[in-house]
Design a protein around this ligand. Structure first.
Ligand code: UGA
Length: 437
């Protein structure tokens, strides 16, 4: 297999994973970032991101001489056959994706790109951005390709190396095929499209996932009202191959750095075309209501009227990150719940298994972060489980039962086994199912 010289701009989740994985596929990769101290740390083998297998893969690739880190995009591109843009596209004004980083990097490198280089965009960008970048580059000898990334935090390396599909879009077929060749060893199905369609695939997929979750969270609500059990319902639905079993777990709402931002962005894009995407709007509204639903459940579990004050009620929170196996707090539903509980007057003690920043200033007046789950459960009126970390399943619930002021656990993810809790006398309140008292 031909080994390519690849530049990856951006050493965040997507960039660092792509850089290490391309190197592991045999390519020679230079990874750049604007954060000089991040590059210095990476050169010393220090990685800020908690991601299974990533540190090992980076170390192996560096040792094999296939991965180097440089400060700034210009230093990375001078010798590259393919340049991957993996920079953030955060939510900008009015929910639109903010393209400042993508455009700034393109501007910095356009005159430095060797003739024949392919500029590949991996960042999530609105439909039409590839065409805009091609105009910004303004060089007939540099093609622009859209190659969206579908990896999930917490399984980024595995997702990159075992993708369900690879999507490559360009109006230049030769350039698209060159980029496809970089992934040849993975043997994944490849969808070759025009640039606009590739950009659309990413939004359509993420928004569909968000819609699936809002739908399930709404069904869970109905299950509670009608006496059905969401676990049985999703099991019965998931066997239908047209629906599939994944992404059917109810929870405190969907969050993270991608789904919320992409839903807002697609809504804005639809709006700009004059299309009323009310289905997606409802997806967002259902999610916004989830926090209130969790609060109602906490109140019910503590014997407080819905909407009532939680003044002086001490609660132990398990999990703060937006999902398990990450240290990412961005748009975390757990934090949204914590803020809402605090506003109602609750006192919060929290434990998270990841190395979330232990600087007390990060959480300020919001909560007290403690170093183990048993401390979080000590003398509290209820434990509220917010993130589905594996270790919560195997806690010594007997010990927790002894230290709780009231024997109450609100499990917003139906994560722990209610029978285990029942045996030690804890009342379990899940979602979409009857409480186990
Ligand atoms: C998401 C997509 O799943 C990836 O395919 C995509 O590449 C990525 O965004 C991106 O655009 O970069 P990620 O943000 O890492 O990945 O997180 P997910 O695993 O999708 O979880 C999103 C949210 O949904 C989390 O808050 C999670 O707890 C929630 N969720 C997920 C549920 O509540 N129930 C489920 O069954 C699954």
């Amino acid at each position: 297999m031909h080994s390519y010289r690849v530049a990856v701009i951006g050493a965040g989740y997507v960039g660092l994973t792509a850089a290490a994985c391309f190197a592991s596929l045999g390519h020679h990769v230079v990874c750049a970032d604007v954060d000089e101290s991040k590059i210095a740390r990476l050169r010393r083998g220090l990685i800020d991101i908690v991601e299974p297998e990533l540190a090992e893969l980076v170390a192996e690739s560096v040792a094999a001489g296939r991965l180097t880190f440089v400060y700034g995009a210009p230093a990375a591109v001078v010798d590259a056959e393919a340049v991957f843009l993996c920079v953030p596209t955060p939510m900008g004004e009015g929910g639109m994706a903010d393209l400042a980083a993508v455009e700034s990097v393109t501007d910095q490198v356009r005159d430095l790109l060797p003739a024949g280089t392919v500029l590949v965009n991996k960042s999530t960008v609105p439909v039409g951005t590839a065409a805009r970048l091609a105009a910004l580059v303004g060089r007939p000898d540099v093609a622009v390709v859209s190659n969206p990334e579908f990896l999930r935090e917490g399984s980024a390396v595995r997702d990159f190396l075992n993708p369900d599909r690879i999507v490559v879009g360009s109006d230049d077929r030769v350039a698209a095929e060159r980029i496809t060749a970089l992934y040849a060893r993975l043997g994944a199905p490849t969808v070759l499209t025009d640039a606009a369609s590739a950009e659309m695939v990413k939004y359509a997929a993420n928004c569909f996932l968000a819609m699936k979750l809002s739908y399930i969270n709404a069904i869970a609500e109905l299950c509670e009202r009608l006496g059905a059990d969401i676990g049985d319902v999703t099991a019965g639905m998931g066997y239908d191959r047209r629906i599939g079993p994944s992404f059917l777990r109810p929870g405190p709402g969907w969050g993270g750095s991608c789904l919320p931002k992409d839903v807002h962005a697609l809504l804005r894009v639809a709006d700009a075309t004059g299309f009323d995407f009310d289905l997606l709007d409802a997806t967002l509204k259902v999610n916004d209501r989830q926090v209130e639903r969790v609060l109602d459940k906490v109140c019910a579990a503590c014997g407080i009227a819905p909407g009532g004050s939680l003044d002086g009620v001490r609660l132990g929170l398990l999990g703060l990150t937006f999902k398990a196996n990450t240290n990412d707090l961005r748009d975390s539903p757990a934090l949204a719940v914590a803020r809402a509980l605090r506003e109602r007057g609750a006192e919060l003690v929290a434990y998270d298994p990841s190395q979330v920043n232990t600087d007390p200033a990060v959480f300020g007046e919001l909560l007290t972060l403690v170093g183990d789950p048993y401390q979080a459960a000590k003398d509290v009126t209820a434990v509220v489980l917010l993130t589905e970390w594996q270790e919560f399943r195997t806690l010594d619930w007997g010990q927790i039962a002894d230290s709780l002021a009231e024997p109450v656990v609100v499990d917003t993810r139906n994560h722990v086994d209610p029978d285990v809790l029942s045996r030690v006398g804890i009342n379990w309140y899940g979602v979409g199912t009857a409480p186990r008292l």
